[in-house]
Design a protein around this ligand. Structure first.
Ligand code: BG6
Length: 469
């Protein structure tokens, strides 16, 4: 089943953090904006009753974007609750009962991946998997073999077309904007290759630390948390070939082809860092060598990108919270005006957050008698991220059976293949001061193609100075 609307929304892990932060707010938005009206069934093992879940929904909305009375009342009128162990068949018998006449439910697994198999099996044995869609959260596996194993498990009960793997970056407006800008304009494609592009940088900086997520993070680290998924998806949008054909898989086919061409990382192309103070975060192991920062140099083995160095950097407690991708163009073959020009003078900069912006870096002449120039950025687009939240978009799409913005099995496995050789502490972890751009070793990594261009949230005015640094 790939078309048609789901007729019930079931979410496992109903009393958990993800439901609290994302699912209740998205449901309220979907009810308000799209008139969603269908049974909503929370499942958890918490010893709760329906009234407690309703109270939790209220609290969630009040603390995550605001409660809107009419939509909230509708939400609680649609809400059901099933309390029980996921390994107990009775839980699923009760769920089937609560589903009533629903014939095509959607099941959202907001639970740890270790429970995916148990829940999927319980759904299948109770008849709840028939004609159903299943949505699973990242992280999808812990490495390549576990992701493959997880895929095999889910495929025992659900066909691939009914499995929706969430990577919320795919639901972000600016991430879609990258594709739109590239493929809605004829000027980019002819220069989007090794002939014209000198290097690519993508930085995801977060000024906050790991705070209350110590336990989760210490089992994850930056490579698994954001590089394997969010950042490689952004790289895919930035470098894939133009989609052809009209079906939902057109984009994903091209992105999969691109990600399969990315050469698996070598330890010498990776620098890991850990901010000072990380080991004191509750839940973090005393001698932890988990990275809170990573910088890497990637290669894409294709006709389009061979030889173009691609740098990715992600870190916690950086100086700012901002994500940007920079495509740096080659200089003209001859500097006609005999200037010493900063190497990053010509570029396209795409900011993915906190704002959406796309800027083209060019040199223009300084008024006067001399033929000298300065770097400026032409702003192609600038917009605050005041648009549909990713989870609302993605849950709505999954309910409608549109899988375009979800990670396909081959994509997820290609992403794991890229990072697999550098997982599990095979490279040293260097300490860095909170509020800096990571360890010095990251600067050395990019030395021949650098420097790193540090992203600057909402600061159009001093962009040219940054480019010149
Ligand atoms: C999550 C990671 O997937 O993405 C977090 O687990 C990270 O560590 C977050 O902070 C970033 O998402 P966003 O939408 O705030 O950029």
């Amino acid at each position: 089943m790939s078309n048609g609307m789901s007729d019930a929304f079931v979410f496992f892990g109903a009393t958990g953090d993800l439901a609290y932060k994302q699912i209740f707010p998205s449901l309220q938005d979907l009810i308000r904006d799209e008139g969603f009206s269908l049974p909503i069934i929370g499942v958890a093992k918490a010893g709760w009753n329906l009234d407690q879940l309703k109270a939790r929904a209220k609290d969630s909305l009040e603390n995550n974007g605001g409660l809107e009375q009419a939509a909230f009342e509708k939400l609680v009128s649609l809400l059901h609750y099933v309390d029980g162990d996921y390994a107990d068949a009775a839980t699923f018998t009760e769920l089937r009962k609560q589903l009533g006449d629903a014939k095509a439910p959607l099941h959202y697994l907001a639970v740890p991946p270790s429970l995916f198999g148990t829940v999927a099996e319980g759904l299948a044995k109770s008849g709840c998997a028939t004609n159903a869609r299943i949505v699973v959260e990242k992280p999808f596996g812990h490495n390549l073999p576990s992701a493959q194993e997880l895929n095999r498990t889910l495929h025992r009960f659900f066909p691939e077309e009914n499995i929706y793997r969430i990577d919320h970056y795919l639901g972000k407006e600016p991430v879609q904007n990258i594709l739109y800008t590239r493929f809605a304009n004829p000027i980019f494609e002819p220069i989007w290759n090794r002939e014209y592009v000198r290097s690519i940088q993508i930085t995801m900086a977060e000024s906050f630390g790991v705070s209350d997520r110590g336990r989760f993070y210490d089992e994850t680290g930056a490579i698994r948390d954001v590089v394997q998924n969010h950042m490689l998806q952004v790289l895919g949008n930035l470098t894939m070939a133009p989609p052809t054909g009209e079906d939902h898989d057109a984009e994903r086919d091209q992105k999969a082809a691109l990600l399969k061409a990315v050469v698996p990382l070598k330890p010498e192309d990776v620098v890991r860092g850990q901010y000072k103070g990380y080991k004191q975060v509750p839940g973090v192991a005393p001698g932890s060598t988990v990275e809170t920062f990573v910088a890497m140099k990637l290669h894409i083995d294709s006709w389009r990108w061979a030889g173009v160095p691609i740098y990715i950097r992600a870190g916690k407690v950086m100086p700012v919270t901002c994500m940007e991708a920079i495509v740096e163009f080659k200089r003209p073959p001859r500097e006609t005006f005999h200037e010493i020009v900063p190497r990053q003078s010509s570029h396209l900069r795409m900011q993915v957050g906190p704002d959406i912006s796309i800027d083209l870096g060019v040199r223009v002449k300084v008024p006067g008698e001399r033929m000298v120039g300065q770097d400026v950025e032409l702003r192609l687009k600038s917009q605050a991220v005041d648009v549909m939240p990713p989870y609302q978009r993605l849950l709505g799409d999954a309910m409608r059976g549109n899988g375009e913005l979800f990670a396909r099995q081959d994509l997820v496995e290609a992403q794991w293949r890229i990072v697999q050789p550098i997982l599990d502490n095979v490279t040293p972890v260097y300490q860095y001061e909170p509020g800096t751009w990571g360890p010095d070793e990251a600067v050395q990594l990019i030395a021949q193609d650098g420097p790193w261009i540090d992203p600057q949230p909402s600061s159009a005015d001093n962009r040219s100075q940054a480019a010149a640094k």
